[in-house]
Design a protein around this ligand. Structure first.
Ligand code: GTP
Ligand code: SPV
Ligand code: MN
Length: 581
């Protein structure tokens, strides 16, 4: 028994006072018991055993359906170390205000101890965490999303090198909800929420907020990125990592099905949300997916848009806050089938096809094992990771950002990432559809000062002459009536083809003030219903739009004071100068 771990678990149990403490080993009998108890207490409903074998349905509290950024804090000694884009609480104040909320919080409940590994078991890049929770829903999700139980305790041994995460549902009141991170002692406290990134502490809390600090200190990168392998008709596979903000298309791009016109192309999923990237001995960046499953956005996922996700979730999966048909099957808006007559909404009310209430919450999700994905990469558990050729940044923008452009070089690419803007989505509480700066899609996930984070990216670029090429993409341009101009989904491979060709030095490009943009006929549109005029609009760089964009970026950079790297300041000035500003 690891003494450090035992002491911490004992201390948490003494404070939270559960009825019993259960250490999880990851076995089938154990999870069967957790589900059986969860069926009993109403946490879960069993789904249709024939069409969705071993699948479970869960409704979260209606006021607990997304990440809560305003209740998420970095608890560093100095406020400056959290930076202007994070909420900050001094560790002493956290102990004073939040620790008491845990007192007796698990009375009448079971405390589960979940040892887990982020990354393949045995990989030198993998890291161990332990989550303590009183939620059976969290246990079931962590069992899909991580490698957990005995295997994690074995990897940990006597070491104190693990992340401690204490989670309790508390009373689920938003007034007593806090997600706290203590980067220097690698600890997380989460109370008052049972959902997603607030409660599955291995995901955003550990693998991004805490790990980003470790990555800075140890010279690697922890990023909100999918990882995908693109195989060309010659059988060569190259890997791309892409950072898009929450609910902006990572899962979809990671599982893309090539369009019929691109014969011989194949796409291989390595990860859909998080990438840890380290230098290999050859100076290239290698990425692993620290997760073991997908916690994906349900609405908009259909046989047509993402057939691979559709097949992945047909067994051993959990559906949260979607509609539930009377046949106990899931249904959501954008599933590609008409709404069934008899259905219960995510709130548990009868569905009214003519009413205003949706069947599924816009941030409803599926949790599914990664190895069930039909296009899972044979390399997805490679302990060394996969070598990355290109990094994409992207956002959801109705205009301004063209379909794709390439940065001039690494540092310009870091600037392009730092300047990402995107319309907000339902993945976090708050207004939806408002453009905000979301650097590297990490605004809610960087565990330290974002200025230092950009400097870390610049520093990484000085360590190798084999850095990936950096691009920016935008699948979400709209016409004046709000219709998407680009078909997206599988057709995005046409853009990746241009990206791959640029990496191989093969495709031509137009040099513009924002970077290299494809020539008018640069993207293959054969078999697509996109005319020349639409294509030029998709590739347009409008100086008026970009003046506003650069002004906004400048204002954002201004918030960082001395922490803004000189390189970012100079990149912004150069970008302005290229527009004659
Ligand atoms: P997180 O799990 O929150 O990090 O999200 P994600 O980035 O993985 O987003 P996901 O792929 O789940 O997509 C979110 C929404 O965007 C879904 O409703 C998709 O249907 C939609 N979407 C994804 N790709 C495209 C695209 O190329 N075009 C359009 N128009 N919509 C897309
Ligand atoms: C996101 O919001 O980016 C997600 C879902 O991937 S959550 O796990 O809630 O963070
Ligand atoms: Mn995400």
């Amino acid at each position: 028994m690891n003494q450090d771990l035992k002491q911490w678990v004992d201390a948490c149990a003494a404070h939270t006072q559960p009825d019993r403490v259960v250490w999880l080993d990851g076995s089938q009998e154990e999870i069967d018991r957790v589900y059986a108890e969860g069926l009993e207490d109403g946490t879960f409903l069993r789904m249709n055993e024939e069409t969705y074998p071993d699948c479970y349905y869960h409704r979260s509290d209606p006021n607990d359906v997304a990440r809560v950024e305003h209740l998420t804090f970095i608890c560093s000694e100095k406020e400056e170390d959290a930076g202007p884009t994070n909420h900050w609480k001094h560790p002493d104040k956290a102990r004073e205000e939040v620790w008491p909320l845990f007192e007796g919080a698990m009375k009448g409940r079971t405390m589960y101890v979940i040892p887990y590994i982020m990354g393949p078991a045995g990989s030198a890049i993998s890291k161990v965490g332990v989550e303590i929770t009183d939620s059976r829903y969290v246990v079931a999700n962590m069992r899909i999303m991580t490698r957990m139980g005995k295997v994690a305790l074995e990897q940990l041994g006597d070491s104190t090198d693990y992340c401690k995460g204490l989670h309790s549902l508390g009373d689920l009141s938003p007034d007593r909800r806090f997600i706290l991170h203590f980067p220097s002692r690698r600890e997380i406290w989460s109370i008052g929420s049972g959902y997603g990134g607030n409660a599955l502490l291995g995901k955003k809390c550990y693998a991004l907020r805490i790990a980003s600090v470790m990555a800075r200190d140890q010279g690697w990168l922890a990023e909100h990125m999918l990882i995908v392998g693109i195989e060309n008709p010659q059988g060569e596979t190259r890997y791309v990592a892409a950072a898009f903000p929450s609910a902006c298309g990572k899962t979809n791009l990671a599982m893309l099905v090539p369009p019929a016109s691109m014969k011989g192309w194949r796409v291989w999923t390595v990860g859909d949300d998080i990438a840890w990237m380290k230098f290999g001995d050859d100076g290239r960046l290698y990425a692993i997916n620290p997760e073991n499953g997908f916690f994906g956005v349900a609405p908009g996922t259909s046989e047509k848009t993402n057939p691979n996700a559709f097949k992945t979730v047909r067994e051993n999966s959990i559906f949260t806050n979607v509609g539930l048909t009377d046949d106990r099957e899931p249904w959501w808006e954008g599933m590609g089938t008409s709404a069934p007559e008899k259905m219960t909404t995510w709130k548990g009310a009868p569905y009214d096809p003519n009413g205003a209430e949706r069947a599924a919450h816009p941030n409803s999700r599926f949790t599914a094992p990664a190895d069930q994905c039909p296009c899972i990469s044979p390399e997805w558990e490679n302990p060394q990771g996969v070598p990355i050729d290109a990094i994409l940044f992207g956002g959801r923008r109705a205009r301004t950002n063209p379909l794709v452009f390439q940065s001039f070089d690494w540092n310009h690419g870091v600037f392009v990432g730092a300047a990402v803007g995107s319309e907000t989505t339902a993945a976090a509480t708050g207004a939806v559809g408002v453009v905000r700066r979301d650097p590297m899609a990490m605004l809610p996930f960087c565990g330290y000062n974002m200025g230092d984070y950009w400097q870390h990216w610049v520093d990484m670029g000085t360590r190798s002459d084999k850095m990936p090429k950096i691009f920016h993409v935008n699948w979400f341009q709209q016409d004046d009536r709000g219709k998407y101009l680009w078909p997206g989904f599988g057709e995005n491979l046409r853009v990746l083809q241009w990206v791959m060709n640029r990496c191989a030095g093969k495709a031509e490009a137009e040099e513009t003030p924002i970077g290299y943009v494809p020539k008018a006929d640069g993207i293959d549109t054969s078999g697509l219903d996109v005319d020349g005029a639409t294509m030029s609009r998709l590739l347009e760089v409008d100086p008026g739009d970009w003046k506003k964009e650069l002004d906004d970026q400048g204002e954002f950079f201004g918030r960082f004071g001395d922490k803004l790297p000189a390189e970012m300041k100079s990149q912004l000035e150069k970008a302005r100068a290229r527009f004659g500003l």
